[in-house]
Design a protein around this ligand. Structure first.
Ligand code: IMP
Length: 178
């Protein structure tokens, strides 16, 4: 695969479609084993997770529900700054086995702020599944239950992730040339 240009930046191939798919297959298999006799509810966080969520859901041979949400950040009235709110979460979580699907966990801030809102609804269980984890960048520790790849602190695009709106349609992951 050759390097590609998106806007003003060059990106080089990083993780192939084949590798990504095989890792997602492993995650699906683990989830099937862990949720025997249960019907998990996946909450996929848009926009970035749409491809991951779709492929994982297709590979899951197990009863499961899925809903898609968007997280919006707004300036709260408290001095702590921005507050995260979810749009589209229209399924009651009480007594459900919830699995949050993320494309990437970077500093952990998004999940750190969002998870307490989910816990507030008293799900039976709450787990996090992310395709990518920039573990070195952690500023807000989040327990990740299923993760595809631990990656260094480099900017990546493709497979749902974007650089200023572009690159989401690439079937593989690219990293920034430095
Ligand atoms: P966190 O709150 O710092 O964990 O950031 C998570 C969000 O940052 C993700 O949902 C992405 O939208 C964005 N993000 C972090 N790193 C990258 C990257 O390398 N490429 C594209 N988006 C990224």
């Amino acid at each position: 695969m050759p390097a590609i240009q998106i806007h003003d930046k060059l990106f080089k191939p990083y993780l192939s479609e084949e590798l990504i798919k095989s890792k997602i297959g492993e995650i699906a298999h683990r989830i099937e084993k862990d949720y025997q006799g249960k019907t998990p509810l996946f909450i996929a966080v848009l926009n970035g997770s749409f491809m991951f969520a779709s492929d994982l859901f297709k590979m899951l041979h197990h009863p499961a529900e899925i809903c898609f949400i968007k997280l919006a950040s707004y300036k709260g009235t408290v001095s702590s700054g921005h507050v995260i709110t979810s749009i589209g979460l229209d399924v009651p979580l009480i007594e459900r086995d919830v699995i949050v699907l993320e494309d990437i966990v970077d500093t952990g801030k998004t999940m750190h702020q969002f998870l307490p809102q989910l816990r507030h609804q008293q799900p039976a269980s709450l787990k996090i599944c992310t395709l990518l984890h920039k573990e070195e960048s952690t500023q807000f520790p989040v327990k990740i239950d299923y993760r595809g790849f631990v990656i260094p602190n480099k900017f990546v695009v493709g497979y749902g992730l974007d650089y200023n709106g572009l690159g989401r349609n690439l079937n593989e992951l690219y990293e920034l040339y430095e």
